[in-house]
Design a protein around this ligand. Structure first.
Ligand code: GAP
Length: 512
């Protein structure tokens, strides 16, 4: 099936099974804003718990905070967001559609990259076991030509962006003959910079009100609490502060479902280190973060590293973890070495000293920072797109979400075969034991086959079926989602088996 169709199916599935709804749907929706439904919120909370525990519980020197969304407006001046948190936008005059100039060029380059991939795949088939991909990529004239084209466009385009030469940015789009995906024309406007922050007023009288911003990242809430946490927690460098929370960006080209939203959630951690040691910690956090993703058991080929072409002026290293979404490889997480930029800026703008006194060396310094920043919604989408499967079972197609058991929205469904003969009572007894530990569901409507399919579709790893034999000998069948195998076990064993499998410990243990 083509990836575009799979993506459409996933979006439809999310709606049909209570994972994600368009915000304000009743009023025809609000673009790029989404609500999480009854199953979506469970999956989202489980991802948060996995991240939170991986960061704080598994690293004794990392603590968490929950800072406010509203902050003093000068914070955003200090951080550079007021002056430089912009997207270069370009409009197509025929379709009236607006695009991010860099996204247009990235999409163009991705198409060339696809051509390279096809050449490599063809050659791999032709040469079989003796195929040396590295050698092929560095010697095949056509592949080398494509690679050179990518490299030269990248250098020129990002150079123009960095120099804020918007006329040149436009000219490159024209020279590459990039057409509007909607109208097909190359009738482009000039490129303009557009600030992504939402603003609002603090106070009831508009005239005297201060403009404040909805935070575009959670990280600044951590920076401005650095001293509070360091002092009250008597933290010794290196240490980290983690936070999960909402962020807001006025994304003009909001598309691809929950991949790019105007209101979204981030899971960020700032790790404060001694200057000069940042690159060592940068490598260490790169390792830890890729492990965190891999521990979920998703195909490792779906992840890849991407070094930033254009480093922010204050960063001395930056990598993204990209994930292969149904619409291609895109950024899932950023790991950045941000030097002492943010703390120094806040020191300068607030006029207050933000320094660390090192007892051992007797020196004071502004710590350097290594940041890990992952989108919660993008993680959600990565899991859903990797775990959505359609399988042929006899005449039927089974849609199943093979979500890792500890993250599944519903861990176990308890299903009495019929609504009488004492079966519902026994089913309730099992549910009443399990519900203290995990999210369970009780269902007695429809045939058992239909009920299994509904549970498969929301990713429930275990179904417990209570039948007439259960009433006689207190045994039930446990059905495993992934294999569809069924086993008869004593009622007394259910809780033990399920608890063991759905424990978050199963993922966390892979991190050490
Ligand atoms: N503090 C650094 C920072 O905010 P970023 O690369 O702009 O860096 C970090 O954002 C992560 O937040 C991204 O890797 C992505 O997962 C997520 N993210 C950013 N913008 C988003 C949006 N509009 N919708 C959903 N997730 C977004």
């Amino acid at each position: 099936m083509v990836q575009e169709d799979i993506f459409k199916k996933i979006i439809a599935h999310c709606k049909e099974y209570g994972f994600i709804f368009q915000s304000s749907e009743l009023y025809d929706g609000l673009s790029a804003v989404y609500d999480y439904g009854q199953n979506g919120v469970e999956l989202k909370n489980n991802i948060k718990e996995y991240w939170w525990k991986a960061m704080t519980q598994m690293n004794e020197e990392v603590v968490g905070i929950d800072s406010a969304i509203f902050m003093h407006p000068t914070i955003w001046k200090a951080s550079g967001h007021v002056d430089a948190f912009n997207d270069p936008l370009i409009d197509n005059k025929d379709s009236k559609k607006r695009y991010r100039a860099d996204v247009l060029v990235e999409d163009y380059l991705e198409k060339i990259n696809d051509k390279i991939k096809k050449e490599v795949e063809k050659a791999a088939k032709r040469f079989g076991d003796s195929f040396d991909e590295q050698q092929y990529r560095t010697t095949n004239p056509r592949v080398m030509e494509y690679a050179q084209k990518i490299e030269s466009v990248r250098t020129e385009f990002f150079g123009a962006l960095e120099a804020n030469d918007l006329e040149k940015v436009r000219q490159i789009i024209i020279d590459l003959e990039i057409a509007c995906p909607v109208s097909g024309s190359r009738n482009w406007t000039e490129v303009r910079q557009f600030n992504l922050m939402f603003d609002t007023k603090l106070g009831s009288v508009a005239e005297g009100a201060n403009t404040i911003y909805l935070r575009p990242e959670t990280a600044q809430g951590i920076f401005v609490n650095y001293l509070n946490v360091q002092k009250t927690g008597r933290m010794k460098i290196p240490f980290g502060i983690a936070q999960i929370g909402k962020a807001f960006r006025n994304e003009i080209v909001a598309r691809q479902f929950i991949f790019r939203m105007r209101e979204f959630e981030q899971m960020e951690m700032q790790y404060f280190v001694k200057p000069g040691e940042e690159l060592k910690w940068f490598e260490s956090w790169k390792d830890k973060r890729i492990k965190w993703h891999m521990a979920m058991g998703i195909n490792p080929a779906k992840y890849r590293w991407h070094a930033h072409d254009k480093l922010a002026h204050y960063a001395n290293a930056a990598f993204d973890i990209e994930f292969e979404f149904p619409f291609g490889f895109k950024e899932l997480e950023g790991i950045h070495s941000r030097t002492d930029f943010d703390l120094t800026q806040h020191q300068n703008f607030s006029g207050k000293k933000i320094q660390y006194f090192d007892n051992e060396s007797g020196e004071s310094y502004v710590p350097y920072v290594v940041e890990t920043s992952v989108g919660l919604d993008r993680t959600f989408l990565s899991i859903l797109s990797a775990c959505y499967n359609e399988e042929q079972v006899g005449e039927e197609t089974r849609v199943v979400l093979n979500i890792p058991a500890p993250l599944a929205p519903v861990k176990v469904a308890v299903l009495p075969l019929v609504k009488k003969d004492g079966l519902p009572e026994l089913a309730r007894e099992i549910l009443n034991e399990l519900k203290f530990d995990m999210n369970c569901m009780y269902e007695e409507k429809d045939s058992i086959g239909k009920r299994y399919r509904r549970q498969d579709a929301i990713g429930t790893p275990f179904c417990i079926t209570v039948d007439h034999q259960s009433a006689e000998d207190r045994t039930v069948t446990i059905r495993y989602r992934d294999t569809m195998e069924q086993e008869r076990i004593p009622v007394e064993k259910v809780a033990g088996i399920v608890r063991e499998k759905v424990d978050l410990k199963n993922l966390l243990k892979k991190l050490v």
